[in-house]
Design a protein around this ligand. Structure first.
Ligand SMILES: [Zn+2]
Length: 262
């Protein structure tokens, strides 16, 4: 975590501005004591003790880096136009990475670096809905994943299950952040299309019959069709989305508030 609760000052404090001597520091989610971790290369942060169980334990350096960049970028973009932009603020049982409190709507940024189970993604989506927070789910961007090394053209990508859920939640697009800042200083949005396997036929092993197969939609593999860089949060608009039956799955994506590109 980039921040912690500091009982001595009754405030949320930033790891970058603290030292171990100013402790103790605590996690606002689980109440556990946190250690401050600082180093030349590492992002300054607070860490749980190994034995502690907490949903916000063990964020990777990549996660912390993206969170820090999004926070400062949103402060710069929206600083004067909203009530507050905050890092790691607890809202009852949930804690978005970055929370934008507007005058009418609240927006939560959720950075997802490691896979989530479908149950956990559904639980968080419902919790945000109950708090009336519009969510923007953000994944780490990797150019090598979307562009072929040889010709630089789009290439098919295989989505993990939670990414496939986000893809449908986001009306067939995914939102990313490039932590290297080589390509963009804003959000990146990629539209992906279904891939249809061509119909065809082949001989059975003993060459006695021809087996035909129909055109079929690939489940996990999608083809990028459009990419937009440098999107500020103001390019997105808060919307309500109804429940959606996940294709070929036995569960629904719950009703939700989300941020959709205008
Ligand atoms: Zn905790």
């Amino acid at each position: 975590m980039l921040t912690a609760y500091h009982p001595q000052s009754s405030k949320q404090v930033f790891a970058a501005e603290q030292s171990a001597a100013n402790g103790p520091f605590f996690c606002p989610a689980c109440g556990g004591e946190l250690r401050i971790r600082k180093g030349l290369k590492r992002i300054h942060h607070f860490a749980h003790f190994p034995e502690k169980v907490c949903a916000y334990k063990g964020e990777s350096q990549l996660h912390l880096r993206i969170k820090k960049q999004i926070y400062y970028s949103l402060l710069q973009e929206l600083g004067n136009q909203v009530k507050d932009v905050s890092l790691e603020k607890m809202v009852n049982s949930i804690r978005p990475d970055v929370l934008v409190e507007g005058f009418k709507k609240n927006i939560g940024i959720e950075i997802q670096v490691t896979p989530l189970t479908p149950a956990e993604l559904i639980r968080r989506t419902t919790a945000y809905y109950q708090q009336k927070i519009h969510v923007l789910w953000v994944l780490p961007f990797s150019a090598a994943r979307f562009f072929a090394a040889d010709d630089g053209q789009f290439q098919a990508v295989s989505l993990k299950e939670f990414e496939l859920m986000l893809y449908y939640m986001n009306y067939k697009s995914l939102i990313f952040w490039d932590d290297t800042e080589k390509l963009s200083e804003g959000f990146i949005r990629i539209e992906l299309k279904d891939i249809w396997q061509k119909p065809g036929s082949y001989y059975s092993i003993d060459w006695s019959t021809v087996i035909e197969f129909k055109s079929k939609k690939l489940k996990r593999k999608k083809m990028p069709s459009q990419i937009e860089y440098n999107l500020g949060l103001q390019k997105f608009t808060p919307v309500y989305a109804p429940p959606f039956q996940m294709p070929k799955k036995d569960y629904f994506l719950p009703r939700r508030f989300m941020m959709l590109k205008k």
